[in-house]
Design a protein around this ligand. Structure first.
Ligand SMILES: [Zn+2]
Ligand SMILES: [Zn+2]
Length: 340
């Protein structure tokens, strides 16, 4: 079962916070900070967090097999920043007294703080962060909070300290928390991010667990989970019933599954619809059937749960295609998905 949801943390410098969950990382950020750009995978990638005035935070990670030299990596990182600043003709100095995260944080190794200060009126006036290596997720992480024009370096250092001290770099019990724009969902770690569309008005994130190699992969497709959130339900529905909207937007538009008509259901206390159906691709459908018969297993059909959250005035859809061993996953994900 997934871990229970993290309670909402106390405000940070008077600003409300909410959870950012990305590739195993969990941090509590001011509500105006949202993912602006992201790339890569769990092993190697980055995410940039923006607010209305520009970049606020950068998070980079890299998988390592041997013990990394974190202090050395920071030196290189700061050198790159310095070079870029000099090229632009900007001021740049390294803050040797930067202290954002204490050494000896649990399960983080070689925790090293860093900081730099640029021109006070530059759009990025300073930056404070920390890097560490983690023997559990085998990654080196760089996390970096950026000050905007006119912001005092001391304040940004404290802000970075507050955010980074609490930051986790991996999930627990085989589940990761993903969260952005106040959507929070628990997904098994084995599922890799496949695609994500994060807009203020629409969220669409897919995860995929690749088809296993060898015998168990025969007649099997990659397992998939997908969450979609549409805002302003009453405007989208525009007098239509949920089933009218959903038959067109969810059932008809589905590219992977040949969904039959929905049966009424209830999710999180809201009126909902459950669609089920096999894979559209007939060759793949036959493959699944043949190997299910030979191996006496029963691959669950694809499912889409659709519901209208009347409390948040949003429409949600959770799509799943899982193997027999993961048949419990869609309902576990539902149990932890708080839509309002
Ligand atoms: Zn970790
Ligand atoms: Zn709800």
């Amino acid at each position: 079962m997934p871990a229970t949801q993290t309670p909402v943390p106390s405000p940070l410098f008077g600003q409300a916070r909410r959870l950012l969950g990305w590739q195993g990382y969990v941090a509590h950020l001011p509500t105006a900070w949202n993912p602006g750009k992201f790339a890569g995978k769990r092993g190697n990638g980055d995410v940039r967090i923006d607010d209305e005035d520009g970049t606020r935070m950068e998070l980079r990670w890299e998988e390592t097999n041997k013990t990394p030299d974190v202090a050395r990596s920071i030196e290189n990182f700061l050198k790159q920043l310095e070079k870029a600043a000099k090229k632009r003709g900007d001021e740049f100095s390294i803050d040797e007294n930067a202290h954002t995260v204490s050494k000896g944080r649990k399960r983080k190794e070689q925790v090293t703080s860093f900081g730099w200060v640029g021109a006070p009126d530059a759009p990025a006036s300073c930056g404070y962060g920390a890097a560490w290596s983690c023997p559990i997720c085998n990654r080196v992480t760089f996390a970096h909070v950026i000050g905007h024009a006119g912001e005092k370096p001391g304040k940004i250092m404290r802000l970075a300290g507050e955010i980074l001290t609490d930051m986790e770099c991996h999930g627990e019990g085989g589940w990761d928390t993903w969260g952005a724009f106040d959507l929070q969902i628990e997904i098994p770690t084995e599922f890799e991010l496949k695609s994500a569309q994060l807009l203020l008005n629409k969220i669409d994130i897919s995860w995929e667990r690749p088809r296993p190699n060898g015998l168990y992969g025969l007649g099997r497709r990659a397992e998939r989970l997908r969450v979609m959130r549409f805002p302003v339900a009453n405007v989208l529905l525009d007098g239509k019933s949920l089933v009218e909207w959903s038959d067109w937007n969810i059932q008809h538009k589905n590219k992977q599954l040949s969904l039959r008509d929905a049966t009424p259901d209830e999710f999180n206390g809201h009126e909902g619809l459950l669609y089920r159906g096999p894979v559209k691709d007939l060759k793949q459908r036959a493959g699944v059937w043949i190997f299910d018969t030979i191996m006496r297993r029963r691959t669950p059909q694809g499912e889409v749960r659709v519901w209208e959250c009347t409390d948040s005035n949003r429409l949600f859809a959770l799509e799943s295609e899982v193997s027999p061993v993961n048949a419990h996953v869609p309902s576990d994900v539902m149990d932890e998905l708080a839509c309002h």
